[in-house]
Design a protein around this ligand. Structure first.
Ligand SMILES: Nc1ncnc2c1ncn2[C@@H]1O[C@H](COP(=O)(O)OP(=O)(O)O)[C@@H](O)[C@H]1O
Ligand SMILES: [Mg+2]
Length: 372
């Protein structure tokens, strides 16, 4: 949080544990009826707080409750995991196309569907890290002086886990953050010093494959200091640049999610990406499956509609069935410090479209990876 943001009155940090949700929001979030939620209390010992509203007490769900419900449903076999871990990168060679928004909310949505999710912030700017309530700029002591809990500071990133000599080696336990508790998405955060990893990778052997090798071992549980074998999905959020960090992320990924604004410049970026993927497939004999998400879509604009058609022609079968619409909800939820999937004022136009797009994405992943 910069002093500019503080001056704007943006809250310094959000205490997610104080968020409260109405039964309807809870029901929409985990995709079961309110009646089913009530039965979970009766039959499975789920404890939900009540708030007095007039003479009738009304249920209030906390964010931990939502993820707990998703976890319980998974444990009971009511939702399925994946046959193996899917590694996903969000990538477009352009800033401001909603990569971070997509990464963070996809992670939350997938966890609400019962998947075990890890999000890796691979952008030294640490935007996903901030969106999930951590401060990539200040130390624990500096935060404490501002009355922010010290655990909101970042103390380690992917660079500390990779075994490159530039950073002190740390274990996953030392680095990982759990913004919504055990059953919500987990986070490997980022901060500025991650930028130096580009130089470190440049000087390392197999500089394009360091992430790939790391994940390969860690996903099999063969890396003693970082066991990632419990995750269904790993989502890597990338910077718009084409540094070795992004390249590594792409090499390590099974899926590439590309949020695209329907303007000319984003189209250019997508064209470049298309060329790049071809070269990439030649170089590495593998290419991630691509999934294009049109974002910031404005209804009833002929040019946008024609761009959407062009997109579907360029990437047949790879474009989300519905776009993410342009909505003020995104900036408002950001001002409140709450990701839109957990923002109770979100309209159907924003959160509903997101759920639908993310459902599409999960279907595609299940079709490739298999469920278990
Ligand atoms: N569908 C949308 N409608 C309106 N604003 C959006 C939408 N999606 C994202 N935004 C806003 O656009 C800005 C850039 O999004 P971000 O996810 O940070 O992009 P990137 O990671 O690609 O740079 C943010 O302020 C975000 O709130
Ligand atoms: Mg970003």
């Amino acid at each position: 949080m910069t002093s500019f943001e503080k001056a704007q009155g943006i809250p310094l940090y959000t205490d997610f544990s104080t968020l409260q949700f109405a039964p309807q929001f809870a029901s929409d979030s985990v995709g079961v009826s309110q009646q089913t939620l009530k039965l979970m209390e009766r039959d499975h010992g789920l404890v939900i707080a009540r708030r007095k509203a007039g003479s009738v007490p009304v249920r209030v769900y906390s964010v931990q409750d939502l993820f707990q419900i998703a976890h319980m449903r998974r444990e009971k076999g009511l939702t399925k995991g994946l046959a193996r871990t899917a590694v996903i990168s969000t990538f477009v060679q352009k800033g401001g196309t909603a990569k971070t928004t997509t990464s963070v909310n996809l992670a939350i949505d997938f966890a609400l569907r019962g998947l075990r999710v890890l999000i890796v912030d691979n952008d030294p700017q640490g935007d996903s890290t901030s969106m999930l309530g951590y401060d990539p700029d200040l130390s624990a002591n500096e935060l404490a002086a501002l009355n922010v809990p010290g655990d909101r500071a970042v103390d380690g990133h992917l660079g500390n886990l990779l075994g490159v000599s530039m950073y002190p080696a740390k274990t996953l336990d030392e680095v990982i953050k759990k913004p919504f508790g055990e059953f919500g998405p987990h986070l490997i955060p980022a901060e500025e010093s991650l930028e130096d990893l580009d130089v470190a990778l440049r000087n390392a052997n197999g500089s394009d494959f360091r992430y790939g090798l790391f994940f390969q071992k860690a996903l099999k549980g063969e890396n003693k200091s970082a066991d990632l074998s419990g995750y269904d999905v790993i989502i890597i959020d990338n910077a718009p640049s084409t540094s070795l960090l992004t390249r590594n992320s792409m090499v390590a990924s099974d899926f590439l999610i590309c949020p695209i604004r329907m303007d000319r410049f984003s189209f250019k970026a997508l064209g470049r990406l298309s060329d790049k993927l071809e070269a990439f497939a030649k170089d590495f004999q593998r290419s991630p499956e691509i999934f294009v998400v049109p974002t910031m879509y404005i209804k009833n604009r002929p040019r946008i509609q024609s761009n959407m058609e062009k997109l579907s022609e360029t990437f047949p079968g790879k474009v989300a069935e519905v776009p993410l619409y342009f909505s003020e909800d995104y900036s408002k939820s950001l001002d409140d410090g709450v990701p839109i999937m957990l923002w109770k004022n979100a309209s159907e136009n924003s959160i509903g479209a997101m759920r639908s797009v993310f459902g599409n994405i999960l279907n595609r992943i299940r079709a490739t990876v298999g469920s278990a």
